[in-house]
Design a protein around this ligand. Structure first.
Ligand code: ADP
Length: 643
């Protein structure tokens, strides 16, 4: 490769001419000529040639003199010394002074070229190495810069997800924007849709006075243009430009902050003093930061929304008079307990959130009630004793994704009223019973004290029947009072099949009297429950008695016992008058009787089924009926089997 610049330092015009015309020019080198050592040294310094061809003997300054001066100056230009035979000793000195080679005059073109190429190859290699090194350093520098940028972006990205304080986060974003772009100032402006203005939410480098009042109209400002177009803006100018009245910048970048294609603000950096120009790379860096700003602002908005909903809900729950308790997880850890719940459960001011219910309460009934969650969508209810000897009616609901919620109503007052009513009824009915027994006794005795005429006999019969009815009513009322009060409820294992068979035998004559068939179906296995013998017998008897009562002459009644899973199921089926569908849900209520032509002449208190229901519920069982009007009814009783 040629093209290198070669300085020929020689006082012989002939020599110079030869080297220039026959060696350098034809081989593509650019010659520089100096006619003595002093000129040679000057040109070496000013022209910085790639190679020097140096004559040894020259006026003013010899070749050795030039070499010494070059070494002194620290100029590292390869030198080939041109000398005559006999001056080899000088060549040794010259080598010490750093020459690359020497050639003896008169020299051959080939020889000269070879020496030149050898020296230049070294130069070229060195230059290439220097070039590569410079490029490597450059690449390293820009890599380091990239790493710094990525680190800064990464740490900002982390802050976006970790920091909840929006002001702090935005301040960090601006800090990063200024740092990454090497700008003097940074600003984050948001659109105020009402006034169609941009206002400053975070800034760096701005005076505080400016910060507070900084507002730009979207309509006619540079930042507003970014909002309208959604495109970034770079402004690079050596002269300061006003971007807003009295605000001069030399260069700036604005990028839009977008949330789902909606521009909500602008992130910008600028220089007021520095001459530094912004590049597309700066735009890209700012755009990444603008993306983070968008996420942070949207997160803050959503968080604010949720927080305000939560506060609203918390306020509503706190002001509800009824105790509300929400738990979650397998251990029923408390998520929420409103003030009423704290009062009702004696929780005081202790922190209850996050603690298992069982750890905080010694109310076993409630803990147990909550632990047995109902199916999703359904609710379970129970009476729960709470503080101060009060009673609450609790409703437990499963809430998918949350846990379980218990709402309690204070029913202490209702319970007291109920108790008063029960006591009242039992006292009154008891006090009525004695005079009624006398009336009935004396009425029946009337016939034995003297002859009665036909009408008197009819009247007496009516009196006896009426008293009988009142007595039945009173005894039902007394029963229901005692059952509800839980009196005389001694529980023993009861063989339900034997019991039903006994009842069948007792009622057989009544059924036969109406020409009905009363059939008991013996179950294949044992059907034993833990219960009160007297009351369970009463239930079966009531159901079978009703079946006889509400089935016309010649009908059929079947009593069946089955064991299904862990339930003893008793069914009483008749083919009697049936129950209208509209009445069916109410027949187990106190004093409820179906009013129809068929039932008009049938006596009853309307308490029989209410007694049954009360008894069965006291046994943890269930009672229900199915019926088709005019075709018949089936009454079912399910009781937990004694395993
Ligand atoms: P009652 O003393 O009136 O029989 P119950 O509480 O035993 O009171 O029954 C309530 C009502 O349910 C009855 O009045 C009757 O209308 C209806 N009922 C009960 N059992 C039957 C049945 N087996 N068939 C038709 N209706 C019935």
């Amino acid at each position: 490769m040629a093209g290198e610049r070669v300085l020929v330092v020689d006082d012989s015009a002939e020599n110079v001419e030869f080297i220039v015309d026959y060696v350098l020019k034809p081989n593509g080198y650019s010659p520089i000529v100096a006619r003595d050592g002093v000129e040679g040294l000057r040109k070496a310094k000013s022209e910085r040639p790639d190679l020097i061809l140096l004559d040894m003997n020259m006026p003013k300054l010899t070749g050795i003199g030039v070499l010494e001066a070059l070494q002194h100056e620290g100029l590292q230009i390869p030198v080939i010394l041109m000398t005559f035979h006999g001056s080899e000793t000088l060549a040794v000195t010259a080598f010490r002074l750093g020459i690359k080679d020497y050639i003896l005059k008169p020299f051959q073109v080939e020889e000269m070229l070879e020496a030149m190429e050898q020296s230049l190859t070294e130069v070229r290699l060195r230059r290439e190495r220097d070039d590569l090194l410079a490029r490597l350093l450059n690449a390293n520098r820009s890599l380091e810069r990239r790493v710094r940028e990525l680190n800064a972006l990464f740490s900002i990205g982390k802050s976006v997800t970790a920091l909840l304080d929006l002001d702090k986060l935005l301040a960090r974003l601006i800090e990063a924007a200024v740092y990454l772009t090497g700008a003097e100032e940074g600003s984050l402006l948001l659109v105020d849709e009402q006034s169609d203005e941009l206002y400053l939410v975070a800034a760096r480098g701005f005076e505080e006075k400016v910060t507070r009042s900084f507002r730009l109209r979207v309509e006619d400002s540079l930042a507003g243009g970014v909002v309208k177009t959604g495109e970034p803006v770079i402004l690079n100018s050596t002269d300061a430009k006003p971007i807003k009245t009295a605000y001069l910048v030399k260069s700036l970048v604005y990028v839009p902050i977008k949330i789902k294609n909606r521009i909500i603000g602008v992130l910008g950096v600028d220089n007021r003093q520095k001459e530094r120009l912004f590049t597309e790379h700066d735009v890209r860096l700012l755009s990444v930061l603008a993306g983070y700003a968008a996420i942070a602002l949207e997160n803050a908005r959503l968080f604010g929304q949720i927080e305000s909903e939560r506060t609203k809900l918390a306020t509503v729950l706190a002001s509800i008079e009824e105790p509300v308790l929400v738990t979650t997880g397998r251990e029923d850890r408390i998520v929420l307990a409103n003030a009423a719940a704290r009062r009702a459960l004696d929780l005081g001011a202790t922190v209850v959130e996050g603690h298992p219910l069982a750890q905080l309460l010694d109310n076993e009934t409630l803990v147990d009630f909550v632990s047995r969650a109902p199916e999703t969508g359904s609710a379970r209810t129970s009476e729960i004793p709470v503080s101060g000897g009060r009673t609450a009616y609790a409703t437990l609901t499963s809430i998918p994704g949350v846990g379980r919620a218990v709402i309690m109503q204070d029913i202490t007052h209702l319970k007291e009223l109920d108790q008063m009513k029960t006591e009242f009824v039992s006292t009154v009915s008891h006090d009525l019973r004695s005079p009624l027994t006398s009336i009935q006794g004396y009425a029946q005795m009337l016939g034995s004290v003297g002859p009665l005429n036909e009408r008197q006999e009819i009247f007496i019969e009516r009196i006896v029947r009426g008293v009988g009815q009142i007595t039945e009513l009173i005894s039902d009322l007394l029963d229901i009072g005692r059952i509800e009060a839980g009196l005389d409820m001694e529980m023993v294992p009861c063989d339900i099949a034997a019991m039903a068979e006994g009842v069948t035998n007792q009622l057989k004559s009544a059924a036969n009297g109406k020409g009905q068939e009363l059939v008991f179906h013996d179950p294949p296995g044992k059907a034993v429950v833990l219960g009160n013998d007297l009351r369970l017998r009463q239930v079966i008897s009531n159901l079978a008695g009703n079946a006889i009562k509400y089935t016309p002459e010649g009908g059929e009644i079947h009593l069946r016992i089955r064991l299904e899973d862990s339930t003893v199921l008793v069914s009483v089926e008749d083919n009697g008058i049936g129950i209208p569908p509209g009445d069916l849900p109410y027949i187990f209520g106190k004093f409820y009787r179906v009013e129809s032509d068929e039932t008009a002449d049938i006596q009853g208190t309307g308490l029989g089924l209410a007694i049954c229901k009360s008894v069965i519920e006291k046994h943890g069982g269930r009672i229900w009926a199915e019926s088709v009007l005019g075709k018949g009814s089936i009454f079912y009783v399910g009781l937990p089997a004694l395993q």
